[in-house]
Design a protein around this ligand. Structure first.
Ligand SMILES: [Zn+2]
Length: 400
């Protein structure tokens, strides 16, 4: 890109200082460059828009995944707490288990004792106890005694079996809890890893898209810079072309002036109400105020002012202090200045090549207000000077 700019700058240099390339050709070339650049800008802009859209989509997906991840995390935390609670329950259940085991131990010892007694006193037996009764009353007592012992033994056994069952149930319950929680925690962990992976992937994509965006933005800024440089070159070439054209016109106008000036008459200027507005050619005129045959149409007309000698670019000055009330193109007067001097007096200066004042501005006597030219209805450069009283032109002669 820089290389191209250098080439353009060199082309401009040769266009301005060289002799073989016309300004118009260069301007056309620059404009083509500019068009190409603008097309490229359009393309890069499109790529940039696409990338930005992709980035927005990826960002939305990451947000969605983040939300999902948050839910999983919440669930994970809940499970972790549940796991802790269950561990506490497990501890309690373990204590209960220990207590049950201790109880079972005692029950077992008692049972063993009973079995031992029954075995040792096996000769006596329940029948012998009954047969050794002294009488029926004693028999009943002994019967009651034996029943109670049998009940006691049965209860002892049942209690022992219940404790055994309780212990077995507790152990199973605890084991089931542990397995369930471990499985759930493993599932959650797996999902979290999967989501983390997806988020990382999306973030990678966003980072890549951001880099692309930066690249496209840089390209855009380079192209725009390039454009500005080309536009500056176009303006410069156009200005040069305009200046060359103006210089050619001035040369032609001055050539006309040379022949126009041959008919110059010397006007008697002694210094009066107004200063002679062309200080370089005081008293030299091309035509007077009054009826004449128009130099443009050839028809008879009232010439409303004095035509003063003023070659192209000569300073035109204010005839007196005043306020500029008009400074612009005005029909046949071309570039025209009108100054209000107060007291009903105003002066007009026509056919200028350029104006040095603007409407509303105050000027002093002798201040440069314009450069002479041949704009409007003029056959060559001069200053058409009018004196007006209350807006109506009069012969300037008595006032100069
Ligand atoms: Zn005139």
């Amino acid at each position: 890109m820089k290389k191209r700019i250098t080439a353009i700058a060199l082309a401009a240099f040769f266009a301005i200082f060289g002799t073989c390339v016309s300004f118009a050709d260069n301007i056309e070339e620059y404009k083509e460059e500019l068009q190409e650049n603008k097309e490229q800008i359009g393309q890069v802009q499109q790529q940039l828009n696409q990338t930005s859209n992709q980035k927005s989509t990826a960002k939305a997906e990451v947000e969605k995944l983040d939300n999902e991840l948050n839910k999983v995390n919440t669930e994970y935390e809940r499970l972790t707490k549940e796991l802790a609670d269950t561990n506490a329950k497990l501890e309690a259940a373990t204590k209960e288990l220990e207590a049950a085991k201790a109880k079972r131990e005692v029950q077992y010892e008692t049972l063993k004792e009973r079995i031992k007694v029954m075995y040792e006193e096996g000769d006596i037996g329940y029948l012998e106890v009954l047969l050794n009764a002294k009488d029926f009353s004693d028999y009943l007592n002994r019967m009651e005694y034996i029943n109670r012992i049998m009940d006691y033994d049965n209860n002892l056994l049942a209690d022992f079996q219940a404790t055994e069952q309780l212990i077995s149930d507790k152990v199973d319950e605890i084991e089931a809890y542990k397995q369930q929680l471990e499985s759930l925690a493993a599932q959650q962990q797996a999902k979290k890893i999967e989501l983390d992976g997806k988020v990382a992937e999306k973030l990678d994509l966003i980072s890549k898209l951001s880099k692309d965006e930066a690249t496209y933005n840089q390209q855009l800024s380079d192209l725009q810079e390039d454009n500005a440089a080309i536009e500056a070159l176009i303006r410069k070439a156009e200005n040069e072309a305009a200046a060359a054209k103006a210089a050619a016109q001035a040369a032609a106008a001055n050539a006309t002036q040379a022949s126009y000036s041959t008919s110059n008459k010397v006007y008697s200027y002694s210094g009066g109400r107004f200063l002679w507005p062309v200080p370089a050619y005081v008293g030299v005129i091309n035509d007077v105020y009054g009826y004449r045959s128009s130099p443009i149409s050839g028809k008879g007309e009232l010439h409303s002012g004095l035509d003063m000698k003023a070659p192209y670019g000569t300073d035109i000055v204010a005839a007196d202090d005043g306020t500029v009330i008009y400074a612009a193109v005005r029909n046949g007067y071309g570039n025209c200045v009108i100054i209000d001097h107060g007291g009903g007096f105003s002066t007009l200066y026509g056919h200028n090549s350029s104006l040095c004042v603007t409407a509303g501005q105050s000027v002093v006597r002798g201040q440069v207000i314009a450069k002479a030219g041949a704009t409007g209805y003029a056959t060559g450069p001069h200053c058409h000077f009018e004196v007006r009283i209350n807006g109506k032109y009069v012969d300037p002669n008595p006032y100069l």
